[in-house]
Design a protein around this ligand. Sequence first.
Ligand code: GUN
Length: 296
Amino acid sequence: MEILDGKKISNQIKDEIAAEVSKMKTRREKVPHLAAVLVGDDGASLTYVGSKVRACERIGFESTLVKLPASTTEEELLKEIEALNSNTDIDGFIVQLPLPSHIDEQKVLLAVDPDKDVDGFHPANFGKMALEMESFIPATPYGIMELLDRYNVETSGKHTVVIGRSHIVGRPISILMSRKGNPGNSTVTLTHSRTQNLEAFTKNADIIISALGVPNFLKAGMVKDGVVIIDVGITRVADDTTKKGYRIVGDVDFEEVSKKASYITPVPGGVGPMTIAMLLKNTLLARTRQKVRINK
Ligand code: GUN
């Protein structure tokens, strides 16, 4: 069994990006600038956005955090997005999800300029991704593809079972794994809350990508020997023995399942750190593409 070490690989990627930024600085070019919009004060979202902004600073990007109160109206948020769209100093930005329930998420995602949509959530980018055209690929699925690539995990002709059909992970990773290319060329089954007899699928899977959010859901009895496990679950479970009062638990019972797996991602330290690294990669791409557009 080999651990797919997201912490290590994400650090490699961040070092590669930092080296690019260094070259940009030497050439006196503008460095990438990422903005993050956070509405409200959800604890997990605050943590994620904080990590994204800190990561920008560490690799030499510019970053801006737009923090809005939970009472922000949809109209006010749309105005903020319009300002970021037209601000030529900002190369890419994200609107942290989930949004408060009085705001229409689809309306907000549609308002983001697709050329600055480093989350890859705009339908223009999502559609291009499905059509194998140049786009921004959502950071978490992009991170999974990068992990599989850097560990040379064979995906071609394999049966990949995805658990969960969210727009952020399950749906896009099911598309990416079925696309032509390497990683890719997989035969994909997308399972979800209405799937009957899930075990019948997971027991036959060569690769399982779980993005369910149910701690320790996947047990050893549900998988076959040699399976590749990608655990996207990051649920906070109360734990008084830790300083924060909680710990992060994945969808997979690591103790049991790792004994049967050929490759497995740990939680934490697997997919999580890859998400941030790929967001930075998308921001670098946004800057590069912007430069090409302006010079044209
Ligand atoms: N909420 C959970 N994951 C994500 C993500 O990748 N991007 C944004 N914007 N919000 C999220």
